[in-house]
Design a protein around this ligand. Structure first.
Ligand code: NIG
Ligand code: FE
Length: 423
């Protein structure tokens, strides 16, 4: 069969092996390496790849792209972000630098609640434009699939506004966006004396989210001073009953038992985990719940990094993400997050690649289509301005991504975004 596109002269191609489930523990080091390789693409999918002769796939209309002996990996999957939001929070920077804790700022009505105010006030167009800029920056850093959460509305109207903007962006922008409804991200001050009423409101909005297909996942911020394990369990059970897949923000500051609870409910992932306990790690390993670690957040908040090395050694499947948001992780530089995962979490470059591709894709229920390069998978891949992946992590805080292909279409060329709106 003739290819639409052949990328040839690839110096090194690194990809996890295709796997119907996430890679657990030591499996995360199973990376296929091809040298002097090609990728042939047909209809947005991979027709063939490898080190063999690609001439059988060349026809008169085949577009040839010379990778100039550079490194190629699958497009990165950023499986935990809050990309749709309005404004920024540098006005709280001084306070944080003086040592006021993240949760204290929230308790005083700032933090997440400050972004809730600006997101509520923003017009649909302004919210769309700022969020689109976030997607662009993620894509320039090699991200081809991204998760996006609500949680800056905290009432039905504004949670839906956020998710509708996100759905529109999914059509308008080349990145695939997987939606998560995070209606229980913080408790609005008005509900302090009636937490139950707030939870009821969060649950009733789920029906609209489902009806409009605005999200596939439901998430909750289970944390001391935010939502208790019991409240989080209530939200997640209601979500499960409605056919949503589950995620949780757990053990970010205090180990409350949210990880164990979510694993028991069959959550696809538990995220943050800086304070995860032995029993939490056991629960993740035995239930097969993916641990999503967010090293940029630990870097930015100056907190301890999640014990990722320990979790991988215990047989847990790990994903790494940016957690891109205006408060705890204001950066779309996924490669920087991946360098932190290597440097501070002591993950090997092979483990880091699996965490940012195959396991990220599984944590978004996309593992059978994306996250690896193999025949039949989506042609989402990156050409780096580098010839090996360890170098990309080692030479930190620099964007080594040169070109990005999404569903076989070049969307970034020579570090510039070149896509046009989908027809
Ligand atoms: O994943 N921890 C809770 N939620 C986000 C932060 C959101 C914000 O600060 O605006 C997180 O870190
Ligand atoms: Fe988050």
């Amino acid at each position: 069969m003739v290819a639409d596109l052949i990328v040839h002269n690839i110096g090194t191609l690194w990809t996890p092996k295709p796997n119907a489930r996430p890679a657990f523990g030591s499996e995360m080091s199973d990376i296929r390496e091809y040298t002097n390789a090609f990728i042939a693409v047909k209809d947005g999918k991979i027709l063939a790849l490898g080190e063999s002769d690609y001439s059988p796939y060349v026809g008169p209309s085949t577009h040839m792209h010379d990778a100039q002996r550079r490194l190629v990996t699958p497009g990165l999957v950023d499986s935990h972000t809050h990309v749709v939001h309005y404004g920024s929070r540098e006005h709280e920077f001084d306070k944080r630098l003086r040592g006021v804790p993240y949760l204290k700022i929230l308790e005083e009505g700032g933090g997440i609640l400050s972004t809730v105010r600006s997101t509520k006030e923003a017009s649909y167009e302004d919210l769309f434009d700022q969020s689109k800029q976030g997607l662009e920056r993620l894509m320039l850093h090699g991200v081809t699939t991204v998760e996006g959460k609500s949680g800056y509305g905290l009432d039905e109207e504004n949670e839906l506004k956020q998710l509708r903007v996100q759905k529109a962006l999914n059509y308008a922008h080349p990145l695939d966006i997987v939606g998560t409804y995070l209606g229980a991200h913080a408790l609005p001050k008005a509900y302090e004396d009636d937490r139950t009423a707030f939870l009821e409101q969060v649950v009733s909005t789920m029906d609209v989210v489902k009806k409009e297909a605005l999200a596939e996942f439901v998430d909750v911020f289970c944390e001391k001073g935010v939502f208790t394990v019991e409240e989080s369990e209530y939200i997640l059970k209601e979500a499960k009953d409605r056919g949503f897949l589950l995620k949780i923000h757990a053990d970010e500051m205090e180990p409350l038992g949210g990880t164990e609870m979510a694993a028991r409910l069959g959550a696809v992932s538990a995220d943050h985990l800086m304070a995860v306990t032995e029993s939490g790690i056991d629960a993740l390993a035995s239930q097969g719940t993916i641990a999503t670690v967010l090293p940029s957040t630990a870097f930015n908040l100056g907190s301890d990094y999640a014990p990722a090395r320990k979790m991988v050694d215990a047989g847990v499947a790990l994903a790494v993400s940016t957690d891109y948001n205006p408060g705890s992780s204001p950066s779309e530089n996924f490669l920087f997050a991946l360098s932190l995962a290597a440097i501070h979490m002591k993950l090997s470059p092979k483990e880091v690649l699996t965490a940012a591709t195959l396991n990220g894709a599984h944590s978004l229920n996309r593992g059978s289509e994306r996250g690896v390069l193999d025949e039949g998978y989506a042609a989402d891949f990156i050409i780096y301005e580098a010839d090996n992946f360890p170098y990309v992590l080692y030479h930190f805080a620099i964007n080594h991504v040169n070109d990005v292909f999404k569903d076989g279409r070049m969307v970034v060329r020579d570090k510039q975004s070149i896509w046009e709106a989908k027809p």
